[in-house]
Design a protein around this ligand. Structure first.
Ligand code: 13P
Ligand code: SF4
Length: 301
């Protein structure tokens, strides 16, 4: 049995759409109906007319698809694919911060739980964080859970941005440290440096460009350079190299691998579609509140 053919057949038979994040395994990326960053995937989920949504990504992404489509069946290709950064912010900690800063607006990175999103004024992704912060009618912003994204936004806003929690981060991007980037630069001195805003502050400051994963896809395509050093999860290199065969793409740190993103295999995609397993559920009361913060983000970006 050819898994790729079977996946294709099942998608047609069930009128299903397969949404895939840029960090998925190469063979999973290659069977996508839509491959993108968190913002692109949320947008696609809000527009789809498919009857069945299958998500190859991590928990919070599939939850967003469900929140935007409460009456549709949404499946995640791996039940164990949970983003550790999203788990770094608890509802209790967010409520406490809100109590301490009652006039602040709350903006949450989409990499957060649905119950935290339900307490937020607006969500954001790495593609629109600065725009969303600057659109809020408050001088103080509670922003979580990524402290490195706080650095990125603070550099682009006069507002006071308070990180919640203080030390939230993505374990994959946080290990892309400046010494590793310097080694890559020494090896490829002519390369353009593009890093993700989840990278540490000094790595961001050393880069030529800072962008979300789909922002990186656009930059590599459009910039005249022939060599690029990319500071993000290494799964994106497959897409960048495939779409730009004439350019050379080097990872800033080749051990930047998200174990959660890599849990989904091609067989998981097939079995999820075939058995309609791993259905995503979000409690109605949480979903009805969280959808406001997600929709506000989609309107503003
Ligand atoms: P984007 O694809 O939105 O840039 O997000 C990166 C990420 O870490 C998703 O988990
Ligand atoms: Fe979470 Fe980082 Fe993995 Fe993205 S790359 S899913 S933020 S742990």
């Amino acid at each position: 049995m050819d898994l790729v053919d079977e996946i294709d057949r099942l998608k047609k038979e069930k009128n299903a759409v397969l949404l895939v994040h840029n960090y998925q395994r190469a063979e999973v990326q290659d069977v996508q109906d839509f491959l993108g960053d968190s913002l692109g995937l949320a947008r696609k989920a809000s527009e789809t007319d498919a009857d069945l949504i299958v998500f190859a990504g991590v928990d919070f992404m599939a939850e967003i698809a469900k929140i935007l489509n409460p009456n549709k069946k949404v499946l995640i290709t791996s039940k164990e694919a949970c983003c550790p950064m999203a788990a770094m912010l608890s509802k209790e900690e967010l409520l406490k911060a809100k109590e301490q800063h009652p006039s602040a607006k709350v903006i949450l990175y989409v990499n957060s739980s649905a119950e935290c999103k339900a307490l937020a004024d607006c969500c954001c992704t790495s593609a629109n964080a600065d725009k969303i912060v600057n659109a809020m009618d408050s001088d103080t912003i509670l922003f979580g859970p990524d402290k490195n994204l706080v650095h990125y936004v603070q550099e682009r806003s006069d507002k006071k941005i308070i990180p919640v929690p203080e030390n939230g981060h993505c374990y994959v991007h946080n290990i892309i440290e400046l010494p590793a980037l310097e080694v890559a630069i020494e090896r490829h001195p002519k390369a353009t440096i593009i890093v993700h805003p989840e990278c540490p502050a000094d790595v961001q400051d050393r880069a030529d460009y800072i962008a979300s994963t789909s922002g990186m896809v656009k930059l590599v395509k459009e910039l005249p350079g022939k060599e690029f050093i990319i500071g993000t999860e290494v799964g994106l290199i497959h897409r960048l190299q495939k779409e730009n065969p004439e350019k050379k793409i080097f990872p800033a740190f080749e051990n930047a691998i998200c174990r959660q993103m890599k849990k989904t295999t091609l067989e998981d995609v097939y079995l999820t579609l075939k058995e309609e397993r791993n259905e995503v559920q979000v409690p109605k009361d949480i979903s009805e509140k969280a959808v406001k913060a997600i929709n506000r983000m989609l309107e503003l970006s």
